[in-house]
Design a protein. Structure first.
Length: 499
RNA sequence: GCCCUCAUCGUCUAGGGGUCUAGGAUACCAGGUUUUCAUCCUGGCGACAGGGGUUCGAAUCCCCUUGAGGGUGCCA
């Protein structure tokens, strides 16, 4: 890496995250936002949110709202943007059209751009020809030197032109100084006179992004590697417009399970940030996990909070190779966050899922009910990857007893040994001063010593009688949550069933 | 096809010439805790894509091959 391009510690940096509102935001995009955010926070710089809505066909205000919502959810606050304003606004490209026009006209006047009237068919033909010759498909510049009468003729024929940039031939080699990849050079012969203005009167991405980044005083452009090939074009524009060129950093891409770039259609809905939010992934966990995709902390510990990640983060430690998005590891990490989090918080976040499952009927939960819910969720959270799994994990505490195989259950409850176990258990529970999991567990230990039956005969029938299941949470927890009355009831019912 | 990038356990990664018989995390397997599932603890399995160089010495530097990804749009 070149020392000159590494920013100094005291330099004020400005970063940006420029999503296009053409779809819901997915993991790849928000990871880019995260890295920009981290670097901004680490360096005490600013993060700008800019909405790149120059695609009139596909841009949608709804998507803009979703993007903002998900950024907030993950805790990625921006310093300037459409909602918070700022001195470099407006922050929607659709509201900056006058600005782009000004620079477009400047290029036109300086003979650095020209109108092109070629049809899509003509362009396709050109590309085919280039491909056949084994060259990069490129525009051949046939409209570059149209005479004004030729132009007029085309205009009168009703053709709306695009504006193309007159790629200078003087720059033989264009070098992108990348903070992650080092110097990447491109031969200018692979560049063509690319479109900077569409026929619908909107600037293209490459044009608008350069103007905005320059005018918004962006010092560091951190974006996905898929933009690396665009960068030489942008550098040419910076030069033509006499703008200062920012530093670049192209992040490794995040791949889906098929090792292809994560995109809208990858793996159903699993790539959208909103899906993770809805399933009950904790933002802290996703934040932590995403930070580890492409970056690794100085120490070996991987569970890190926001502050620790900001402290440890550095662009220099970002690696170059693409990373597969591994949901298994996210699940582990999220589960860990759920288990380590404050119980009250997890209870609060679990309520919507329990309501949806119909396990909580009332809009307002009484404090007594809440106490019980806390116990249930404390037990249930040890077995989940995300909160949407809480209802199924805690089902047995909400629904009545149901034996999957009634016949089998009946047999299980048969015999004097089982009766002895159940009656002893009830007795011991009733003589208990305070009911808590530990006390229940010691009752079971006592029974193992005192009763002439094996451990399995103690635990298994009890579990089945109380839950209808053959496996589940610890008995101590189950009985603690169910309460003595309910336990008594279910044990007696089981004995009746056996008769 | 052409251009660009990348290449360490299945996955995420540490490693920037000797300390690497390659470290951690996850996943998986086994043992322990537990009546059970989960949690938790311990242990195990498991990788430097291949070939040439450079060097006393290469996972680390160079080249080639191969593979993967990205780009090649009046999408961003």
């Amino acid at each position: 890496m070149n020392k000159e391009q590494t920013n100094t510690d005291n330099e004020h940096i400005r970063l940006r995250f420029p999503p296009s509102p053409t779809g819901k935001i997915h993991i790849g995009n928000i990871r880019t936002a995260l890295f920009n955010w981290l670097w901004a926070r680490k360096k005490g710089g600013e993060l700008v949110l800019r909405i790149e809505d120059t695609d009139q066909e596909r841009s949608n205000r709804e998507f803009e709202d979703i993007i903002i919502q998900e950024l907030e959810w993950l805790g990625l606050d921006v310093d300037e943007g459409p909602n918070q304003g700022g001195e470099h606004g407006p922050y929607r490209q659709s509201e900056r059209l006058d600005i782009y026009k000004k620079y477009r006209d400047k290029l036109l006047d300086n003979d650095k751009a020209y109108k092109c009237y070629c049809t899509p068919e003509e362009l396709e033909e050109m590309r085919d020809k280039a491909r056949k010759k084994g060259e990069m498909p490129r525009y051949d510049g046939r409209c570059r030197n149209l005479s004004s009468s030729e132009q007029q003729a085309k205009e009168e024929a009703g053709k709306e032109p695009v504006i193309r940039f007159k790629t200078p031939v003087s720059d033989k080699e264009i070098v992108v100084k990348d903070q992650i990849r080092g110097d990447v050079s491109f031969d200018s012969s692979v560049l063509d006179d690319f479109v900077i203005y569409k026929s619908d009167g909107m600037p293209t991405y490459n044009f608008a992004v350069v103007i905005d980044d320059a005018l918004m005083d962006i010092t560091d452009v951190i974006r996905g590697e898929d933009h690396l090939s665009n960068t030489p074009k942008q550098i040419l524009l910076y030069k033509a417009l006499d703008f200062e060129i920012p530093r670049f950093a192209h992040l490794p891409l995040i791949l889906d399970e098929n090792k292809a770039k994560l995109k809208k259609r990858s793996g159903e809905d699993t790539v959208y940030v909103g899906e993770f939010r809805k399933k009950g992934y904790l933002p802290e966990a996703l934040f932590n996990f995403l930070a580890l995709l492409g970056w690794s902390p100085p120490e070996e510990e991987e569970i890190l909070n926001r502050e620790e990640i900001i402290q440890g983060f550095s662009l220099e430690d970002v690696n170059k190779s693409a990373a597969v998005f591994d949901i298994e590891k996210l699940n582990w990490m999220n589960g860990k966050y759920i288990r380590d989090a404050d119980l009250d918080q997890i209870v609060e976040l679990s309520l919507p899922y329990l309501r949806e499952a119909g396990y909580i009927e009332d809009e307002n939960v009484s404090s007594r009910q809440l106490e019980k819910l806390k116990k249930i969720i404390e037990v249930g959270r040890t077995g989940v990857d995300y909160l949407a799994q809480i209802p199924e994990e805690t089902e047995l505490f909400f629904t009545g007893l149901e034996f999957e195989d009634r016949q089998k259950a009946q047999e299980e409850f048969q015999g004097s040994e089982v009766e002895l176990v159940f009656k002893t258990l009830i007795e011991k529970l009733e003589s208990l001063e305070t009911l808590n999991p530990a006390a229940v567990n010691s009752i079971f230990n006592e029974m193992r010593e005192e009763l002439p039956v094996g451990a399995r005969t103690i635990y298994h029938p009890v579990r089945l009688a109380l839950t209808g299941e053959e496996s589940g949470p610890e008995m101590g927890n189950i009985i603690y949550i169910l309460g003595i009355e309910e336990v008594k009831q279910r044990l007696e019912n089981a004995l009746q069933l056996a008769d």
